[in-house]
Write a protein that binds this ligand. Structure first.
Ligand code: FES
Length: 186
């Protein structure tokens, strides 16, 4: 696959959240970390695709087309195979989130607990326009300042304390907008 074709397939629009993360670039540290993970899969290094994508997302905030190419080259895979993994798992992002990325559970208990209204209130509070984006290709909506972003998530496994959210990697139960404002000010 040519790079132009890959760029066409990857959802990677400009995001105001890009200012929160360094642009993708290889480095001796990145190569060493990746090689360390690959060494755990000596019988089939393609099995390291998930760990490598996690490393990339942790360091750079999302999986860019350049990162897809790099992971593919490390694992001797076609880039489309790596892209298939990125698009299959909702946890992988194809563009930069805000500094505070809020995932709002929308599964049954949280839906009954008001997650749709919570999402609307969060968008209003943080100046996020979710309405104009195609949620299939652009599940993450980012505020113009790049500080906040929101995304719906499926069951976060705390159905008794709905509605629940993740703010980056931190879990919050019985959420309302005031709690989210506090969590995003820390
Ligand atoms: S339904 Fe929201 S945590 Fe299970």
């Amino acid at each position: 696959m040519t790079e132009a074709t890959l760029q066409d397939l990857v959802v990677s629009p400009d995001s105001p959240g890009a200012k929160n993360f360094p642009p993708f670039a290889t480095s001796p540290e990145l190569e060493a970390e990746a090689d360390g993970r690959i060494s755990h899969y000596s019988e089939s290094k393609r099995s390291a695709v998930l760990p490598l994508l996690h490393i990339v997302q942790h360091r750079f905030g999302f999986i860019s087309p350049e990162a897809v190419e790099w992971v593919a080259a490390k694992l001797e895979l076609e880039p489309i195979k790596v892209l298939e993994v990125v698009t299959f798992y909702p946890g992988f992002r194809q563009y930069a989130p805000g500094k505070y990325h809020i995932r709002v559970c929308r599964t049954l208990s949280c839906a009954l607990g008001g997650s749709a209204e919570l999402m609307a209130d969060l968008c209003k509070e943080f100046g996020i326009d979710r309405e104009s984006a195609d949620p299939h290709h652009h599940p993450i909506s980012v505020s113009p300042c790049g500080k906040y972003s929101v995304e719906f998530a499926e069951c976060l496994a705390s159905c008794g304390t709905a509605p629940v959210c993740l703010v980056n990697d931190d879990f919050h139960e019985g959420v309302d907008v005031e709690k989210m404002k506090k969590a995003c000010a820390e």
